[in-house]
Design a protein around this ligand. Structure first.
Ligand code: E4P
Length: 227
């Protein structure tokens, strides 16, 4: 499963990249605003900086909502760096734009997916990714993981190459549930990804191992030889 980080914060992107498990970054206008990045020029510079940190995909969201605006903006974003994936909202003109980008070989991420029908339409138009928003569904007492399972079944039925990029992840259990449901990728905040590292028995077990090494008097010798 691919791991994307869902932020525009450069320190967090760098930390996730340094972990060695990162497949890319997703952003949205809210995440850019949270970092104080405003105006086309600053936004474009920020995308280029992010592309310089990570190895693979960087989803950059369009603001336009008409076909012509989405095309113009998406082509400008795609020209910034080959890693850019144009993030397009699930609206009628967005679907038309995804079809256009697909025919030009420009990668797309269809965002704000809340139903299997929306995902089917985006896949039919040739989206590279669909982004179902789990957390926002859970927030309204709707089963987000059930949606991932439905989309998985539909895409498998027709061998659609579109990847399911589970978004709006709130914590580590969402990530594990997405993996079990067959999502191709997740995008999550750094805290949800690093929470996967943690287990109290791992921590107490390691503390015991280190204490026993100390007691045996070998720990310092090992460090001295290997450092
Ligand atoms: C990613 O593509 C989405 O923009 C993001 O995951 C939305 O998450 P939120 O519901 O926490 O804002």
């Amino acid at each position: 499963m691919k791991f994307f980080i869902d932020t525009a914060n450069l320190d967090q992107i760098t930390e996730a990249q340094d972990l060695g498990i990162l497949d890319g970054v997703t952003t949205n206008p809210s995440l850019m605003a949270k970092e104080g990045i405003t105006g086309d020029d600053a936004v474009n510079v920020h995308y280029k900086t992010i592309c310089g940190i990570v190895d693979n995909n960087v989803s950059a969201e369009v603001i336009g909502t008409s076909f012509n605006e989405i095309i113009r903006e998406g082509e400008l974003l795609a020209a910034l760096n080959p890693k850019i994936v144009v993030k397009v909202p699930m609206i009628k003109d967005g679907i038309k734009a995804i079809k256009h980008f697909s025919s030009k070989g420009i990668k797309t991420n269809c965002t704000l997916i809340f139903s299997a029908g929306q995902a089917l339409l985006a896949a039919k138009a040739g989206a590279s990714y669909v982004s179902p928003f789990l957390g926002r569904l859970d927030d309204i007492s709707t089963d987000g993981i059930a949606l991932i399972k439905e989309i998985r079944l539909i895409f498998d039925n027709y061998n659609y190459p579109t990847e399911i990029l589970a978004a709006s992840i709130r914590g580590p259990l969402h990530i594990v549930a997405c993996a079990m449901a067959g999502a191709d990728a997740i995008t999550a905040p750094l805290h949800a990804i690093t929470a996967l590292l943690k287990h109290p028995i791992t921590e107490s077990g390691l503390a015991t191992f280190l204490a026993d090494y100390e007691k045996a008097g070998t720990r310092r010798d090992i460090i001295a030889v290997t450092s």
